[in-house]
Design a protein. Structure first.
Length: 144
């Protein structure tokens, strides 16, 4: 089986998990890229636009564009910083928090299933393989 077929099977299983986590119609138009932004905003805890752009390794205008789209969907709010009113802080709305919660729940279920399938030695091998792939991809990004 080709590696792309393995990834397709894994993705189908993962998408099935997301649907089981009350992923309703109101969330069906949320892209993978949006998930990444929501997770990053959540992990940074009320970042500025500049902090988000830096963490996502994108330009500030690109981050601003995505935040505008997420704001229109009711996933993110902006508010003035109490320290400097000229600076906007990003905050997940209840809807945005729910999307992150759904995604995290699906992740946990997926990783639990992987741990059921693989023994400890196989998990260590898989971890080393993913570390190698990530390092290679990271190196490729910096070579451009």
């Amino acid at each position: 089986m080709a590696i792309s077929q393995f990834f397709e099977k894994i993705d189908r299983y993962y998408q099935k998990n997301i649907k089981e986590y009350e992923f309703s119609e109101e969330h069906s138009d949320i892209s993978f890229n949006t998930f990444l932004y929501l997770r990053k905003i959540n992990s940074l805890v009320n970042p500025t636009m500049s902090e988000l752009a830096k963490a996502m390794e994108i330009s500030k205008p690109s981050a601003s564009n995505m935040v505008s789209k997420m704001t229109e969907k009711g996933l993110v709010e902006t508010r003035a910083s109490p320290k400097d009113g000229r600076v906007c802080l990003l905050e997940l709305t209840d809807k945005g928090k729910k999307v992150v919660e759904i995604e995290n729940g699906a992740d946990m279920k997926f990783f639990e299933k992987v741990r059921e399938i693989l023994d400890e030695e196989e998990l260590e091998v898989l971890e080393r393989i993913f570390e190698k792939i990530a390092a290679g991809l990271e190196g490729e990004k910096h070579d451009r």
